[in-house]
Structure formats: structure tokens, C-alpha cells
Design a protein around this ligand. Sequence first.
Ligand SMILES: [Zn+2]
Length: 266
Amino acid sequence: MSLSFRDLISSLTALRLVSHVPVIAHVDLNSLGEIDGGGATFLSALMNRIDTIMMPVFTYRTMIIPATGPENNGIIYNHRKAPHTHSEFFNPGMPADLEMGEVAELLRREPGALRSNHPVFFFTSIGVDATLRAQSVSDPLAPLRVLAELEGWVLLAGSDHTRNFNLHLAEQMAGRKTFIRWALTPDRIVELPNTPGCSRGFNQFAPLVEKIARQVRIGEGLLSTIPLRPMLHLAYDLMQADPNALLCNDPGCLMCDSIRQQTSSD
Ligand SMILES: [Zn+2]
């Protein structure tokens, strides 16, 4: 049986989110099962319950890999000097990558939605403009820091922690290494310092966060909300106790490998 607008409203209500408290939402509709009217219904239910919503609408396709660059940067450089056939020029009207999900793209197109100005890690929001204004090319995670100052919450809708991008801010707070990447813009190639690493190990965080999260089953998946600031502190403490926490187990992961090298030399 597919989920209706009313089902969504009652589940979101059960999470006891306060309408004026800003929320960053990470939505994976595929994990929730069928919804009458799809992503549009989900977004109207969300906007019915919450006045101020922010979502990541990233565009990894603007990234380009140069022929050379800094050492130990979690990347294989493009030594063949092949043309940038797979990269697209950044433009402010670009849609979000498909893997960001349908709801993120629908929010971006919503009347009144604003977007930040980073060529890869851009966010869109209704009502939380201060978070967007804080972002710069060298400080991609600034919107999350402002959201934490505003006592914002994280909503994971059908998403696991591998999509909980906010944990990268805890990594930054813990002094974890970041990376340099590059984006193609119409004027030039822009260097992107402080690019966060890999999130494939973030599900290690799930058992820990349960004590501060509220969870509701819906359809085939789960909605969970977590207060952002306490979540960052939990993740920070975890990395203080184990500097390799939240890294993935893929032996071929250059970014996690590079962070392990840093922690073993400290
Ligand atoms: Zn990794």
C-alpha cells in the first residue's frame, strides 16, 4: 500500500519537530516505498510541518581532476591530460545531481528557495538564508555551522548516515584532514580547499546517535530526527576517543587511507 499525504503528516507530526526550528533534510525516497504523488507529496508534507528547511543540492559533475596537485590528497591525478569531457561548467541555475534525490531538486525549484554559491557543495533553503550566506568557496561547511548555532535539527528520511553530510563538520571540528578539489566555472578552474572526505563509514555512528534521535517507522523505511549540535558533539567525542572512527573499510579508499596516515603519524 502506498503512503498518502496524511500518512506523511502523521509520521512527521510524531517526530515532534517545532515548525520554526530550522531543519536540514536528507531524503532518500527509494527507501520509504511508494508515495502517492511521489517527491512532490513528500515536500508538501515537509513544508506543511516545518517553516525553515535546508537541503544539500550538490553538483559533483562540475569537479575536474587536474594533471598534478598536492601530495597525499586522496585522489589519482589525471596524468593522461585527457580533455574534461565529463565535467560541466558550473552555473548558478544547475540542478542537483540525481543522487541528491528528487526532493532536494524540488525544493531548489520551489518559489522563494534560495541557494548558496559554492560550485560543488551548494545548499538550498526556504527561510534559513543566514546559513547560505555564510558559505564561501574555502568554507563549504559554514552553512552547517550556522545551522548548529541556530539549534537546528537533522532529518534523515529513508537516508542512513552515509548521507548525513553534517558529520563532516564534526570531522572538521576534530581536526581531521580535508582535501583540495577543483571545479570548472566559465571563467576559470576554481580551487576548493577544505573539501570533506569519504562518508561511506558513517553508519558506524548509528548505534551511538540513537540516544538523542527520535525515530518513526514509515512505509518501508525510517524517519529520524537528531538535534544537530548534540550530534556534532557525540561524533567529535567519538573521534577524540578513536581518531579513525567513521572512516570506511574499503582498502582502496584513498581519502580514508590518507586520513589514517595522518592519524598514525600524530
Ligand atoms: Zn572511505
